[in-house]
Structures are given as C-alpha cells and as structure tokens.
Design a protein around this ligand. Sequence first.
Ligand code: SF4
Length: 79
Amino acid sequence: MVDPRRSSRTLRVHIDRERCIGSENCVASAPSVFRLDAEGKAVLLDPSTVDVEALLLVAEICPTEAIILEDGAGNQVFP
Ligand code: SF4
C-alpha cells in the first residue's frame, strides 16, 4: 500500500484565483507545480512532482490561503 504522505497524487490542488495576489511564494518554493499566468495569478503545472509534505508547506506559506488541498475523497485538508 502506498503511504499517502509520500505521494501528492493523493491530494488534489486547487487555486482560488480570487484570493491569489501573485506573491509568488508558491512559484519560488515549488516551480514544478506553480507558475504565474499573464494575469499574475498562480496556475498549476504538475502537483505530482512533489510529495504531500511539500504541498502542505507551500499551501501554508501562501499569504492569502489561496492554495486549497483536498484528499482523494474530496475532503478539504487545507486551509
Ligand atoms: S503563494 Fe498564494 S498568493 Fe502567492 S502566487 Fe501562490 S497562490 Fe498566489
């Protein structure tokens, strides 16, 4: 059985574009997962390139809690 903490495939990542202020904390911390689009808002690249702990860390350093994490059942894990 795969340890759910070892694979971000068990977490779904959403970005609340209304909340995103383009601070780029997420881009700096996980450039394989986030980038800013032409509007200066974060968009997703490939969340499976980092593990769950890294995703949680990035979500926690977003100043506006714009990064929303859900488990495989759709339950919100963060914030
Ligand atoms: S850290 Fe949060 S506010 Fe900053 S760009 Fe990423 S999603 Fe947007």
